[in-house]
Design a binder for this molecule. Structure first.
Ligand code: ZN
Length: 449
């Protein structure tokens, strides 16, 4: 019927014509509609990215939703945050986005929303179960069309105030952010050079993931070759951002966050800020130093968004480039808006981006590393490794796998929610110590795997 393995932790994602086809989208539309109706939710928007299969998938999902009785508003091809914005602006009960985010062109997928929250974890399995048991509501829903682009752009332009024009290069990665970000920045007074800003679902220039260094090479070179002050990158559906400074050097997700958080804390001292377990020690220390309360939490955009809404936290983010701003904005991960806030901060600073965090201690760290495991075993392996360190008296945080804190560094070992791998990351004050910590944990994993 539909391959169950494409129903993942945070969304549905699969290979076009193998895991996903028009029939599957029709059934997913029916199941999502049924799931919503049984929670007394009756209206939804639907948008999609620029992949070749997206438009026909949207039409099938619409057919499915209407047949169970959902009233649907089609907002056309948009970025994911524009779909979230439409839920808020049009006051619908939820929304669907047909996208595979940064995945290559052979993929497509579905993000499901209930209100401004993601449908995720066990809730996604509930939607799958409705398909497996063919348990659908019956009804006759309506369909209307609404192009929300102008309202979205105007909203951001009215929200952001630059103290001076900033020279910016935008790499849209041929994703869905290109039709929005450059225009908004120009209206804010910026001088903007566009790279790969035409949506193209074949992603002819690079994979649309701005947290991977090789995808940012062209942007970095372009910034260096010009007198631009910053390079801004977006992922395929524009819910994540990447930044390169005026020297072409890439900032990590937690560094981007620290810059935004410092600015936020100036007017909001004492506020709590979430970061995921992959963030640097510097991230959490910096929040404290600038008067905030850091909270270390589980990786995963839906986890963090949910925790923020539950606890009334206004600013959070994760290493992967998801930044959530409920301060002056709507709280969801909007790469376009976050880029504009970043540029607003730049316009108020009297130094270049490369020096914003110059007072942070230099740490030695590894990028995110993966150890192959299986979906059946990965959580057990992490449990065994964690237990062994707890038994030996190490300082272990277990909110998401295992993060050991040392006086001079930390080690992370967690199971990926989306792929059959263990995710590792290490950081320390010296290179020697980094190797020591890394060896300690890697040897333990090899022994207990
Ligand atoms: Zn994305």
């Amino acid at each position: 019927m539909v391959n169950p393995s494409i129903f993942r932790q945070y969304d549905i994602r699969g290979i076009v014509d193998k895991d996903l086809n028009e029939e599957a989208l029709y059934l997913i539309g029916k199941a999502y509609g049924t799931y919503m109706l049984r929670k007394n939710k009756k209206t939804a928007v639907i948008g999609g990215d620029a992949r070749a299969s997206t438009r026909s998938y949207m039409d099938q999902a619409i057919r499915g939703m209407r047949e169970v009785g959902m009233d649907v508003t089609d907002i056309g091809l948009v970025a994911s945050p524009v779909m979230y914005f439409a839920i808020w602006k049009l006051e619908t009960d939820g929304g669907l986005m047909i996208t595979a985010s940064h995945n290559p062109s052979e993929y497509n997928g579905i993000k499901m929303n209930i209100g401004l929250q993601s449908v995720y974890g066990p809730e996604i399995q509930e939607v799958l179960k409705l398909i497996q048991t063919e348990d659908y509501e019956k009804g006759e829903g309506t369909l209307s069309y609404h192009n929300i682009d102008k309202e979205y752009k105007d909203y951001i332009v009215n929200n952001i105030h630059l103290d001076r024009p900033v020279k910016v290069i935008v790499d849209g990665g041929n994703g869905m952010g290109g039709p929005y970000l450059p225009e908004i920045l120009r209206r804010l007074g910026c001088e903007v050079v566009e790279m790969y800003c035409d949506p193209d679902g074949n992603f002819p220039n690079h994979h649309p993931d701005p947290t991977v260094e090789k995808n940012m090479r062209d942007l970095s070179a372009a910034v260096k070759a010009s007198n631009a002050e910053v390079g801004l990158g977006l992922d395929g559906d524009a819910d994540r951002i990447g930044v390169v400074d005026e020297n072409g050097k890439m900032l990590y997700g937690d560094q981007i966050l620290n810059i935004i958080v410092r600015d936020y804390l100036k007017d909001n001292p004492g506020e709590r800020i979430i970061g995921d377990v992959k963030c640097s020690k510097n991230y959490f220390d910096d929040i404290k130093k600038y008067g905030g309360i850091p909270i270390m939490y589980k990786t995963g955009h839906a986890n963090i968004k949910n925790k923020m809404f539950e606890e009334g936290i206004k600013v959070s983010g994760e290493m992967s480039g998801h930044v959530f701003l409920g301060d002056r904005y709507l709280g969801f991960d909007d790469g376009v808006y976050v880029c504009c806030r970043f540029v607003e901060i730049m316009s108020k600073m009297d130094k270049p981006v490369s020096r914003f965090l110059e007072d942070q201690p230099h740490m030695f760290n590894t990028p995110e590393m993966h150890v192959t495991s299986t979906d059946a075993e990965k959580f057990n392996v992490v449990d065994r490794v964690r237990k062994s360190f707890v038994d030996e008296g190490y300082d272990v945080n277990d909110i998401d796998g295992m993060r050991i804190t040392f006086d001079d560094g930390w080690a992370l070992c967690r199971a990926s929610n989306t792929t059959p791998v263990l995710v590792l990351r290490f950081e320390a004050e010296t290179e020697e110590r980094l190797h020591e910590i890394q060896k300690l944990v890697e040897d333990r994993i090899a022994k207990l795997k």
